[in-house]
Design a protein around this ligand. Sequence first.
Ligand code: HEC
Ligand code: HEC
Length: 432
Amino acid sequence: MLALNIRFSHGSDAIFMGVRSLLCAVLVMAPTTSGAGEPRHVVGLADGREGYDNASFATRSKAIIESSGERLSLQQLSQGASLGLPPLTVSLRSAEVDLGRKLFFDRRLSANETLSCGLCHIPEQGFTQNELATPVGNEGKGVRRNAPSLYNVVFARHLFWDGREASLEDQVWSPLLALNEMANPSRKAVIERLRQHGAYSDEFSLVYEQGLTQATFASALAAYQQSLVAGSSRFDHWYFPEANPANQHPSILLSEEARRGFDVYQRSGCGSCHTLAEKYALFTDGQFHNTGVAYHSAVRGIKLEVVQVAPGLFIEPTVEVETETFVDNGRAEVTRRQQDHWRYRTPTLRNVAITAPYMHDGSFRTLSEVLDYYEQGGSGDPHQDPRIQPFVLTAAERLQLLAFLHSLTSDGVDALVADARSVPIGERGTDG
Ligand code: HEC
Ligand code: HEC
């Protein structure tokens, strides 16, 4: 049944990843309890595939092995890991964040009550899905783009890869209503369903004067996402020393390799789009560019092969090629301007080491593949941004650049994962 519903957009890797993650998602839905003394979450550990062909395979996926969560205070949430980031312009309220967190992991937000926001934006997987090029939504329907990480989304001027939304409050209705995501018939239906579960109405009334409405619902979900602030990386401790009196602590010093990697980064022109400002660095200019990735994916051939879906279980996927669903014109879909065809929003590079796969269509699985792509000068799309040009890195420089990219992971991510899991996996609310 799983296999029949798989749609694909770009080759066998995507199918493989899709089937694997479906399994993962199914398992995630069954809440498990963890024993005392369970180690804390380590992020970026989606299940590897080592040993997958062995019948005694046991998962290492942190998304499946639940461990007990630990709620952060509002102060820790909004200021804990903010080194290197612009000042927060929103003021968060603890009660709103709590309500938003609960909604984010509640599967009753989808029409058939199976899919929560947190199943496509998985905390242990960088608030994206590491194993999946593009996610699987309602009843196994494919989604055409890679789920972006939600870390630091509070700083994004434009939301989505094509920038079609400007506020989290508006954005939220998009996954809720999309037929291939949460498939709700209307905004009203979402609110009605939540009203049927008494607890929410009461909780909203305590937090908002207006009680549970479309606006307060969207605002609670936005508040939780705005709390996912994840700066304070090793790089920040080194690059913004004046903001950080503790920068001499050996555990937060940036390695020589990563420092050299930052030079390579600058020399290779990466910083012209993934920008740094004087007092903070978002590693994005917030603009839309054609890096040739869509062209690259479009010209790649699609081939099918047998897929292993579980230890000892192989299937030959019956795949329906959905040409229409996967037409993706990028920013041009918003502006209707020809020059914006296949332009996508520059993603931040913060936490990039834990937010694979990469690009709007998830077409690169590793940072190494991304570097290969840039080194070869993109894809040869005639409309590609002229700044994407071939260059050569020595083996040492490549490792340095990778070390730099890895140094951009926030030291607050484990705490945010534990905070997310202070709501049980597969939350269906306390009253039902
Ligand atoms: C079926 C998987 C899926 C579900 C469920 C889902 N999302 Fe997403 N989300 C995505 C994908 C894919 C994108 C990128 C879509 C695009 O750019 O066109 C995205 C984009 C976003 C963005 C924009 C981030 C950015 O940097 O631009 C936000 C915010 C977001 N989702 C929040 C949510 C919330 C809140 C929910 C629950 C109400 C939710 N998502 C449910 C897959 C999902
Ligand atoms: C012309 C602007 C531009 C330049 C120069 C540029 N990038 Fe990008 N980068 C982008 C855009 C736009 C995307 C998203 C493309 C897409 O999804 O189709 C991207 C995607 C990425 C990603 C994937 C991030 C993710 O979350 O999916 C990484 C990693 C990356 N770039 C690193 C680099 C490095 C390293 C360099 C220098 C060698 C570089 N970029 C140069 C604009 C640029």
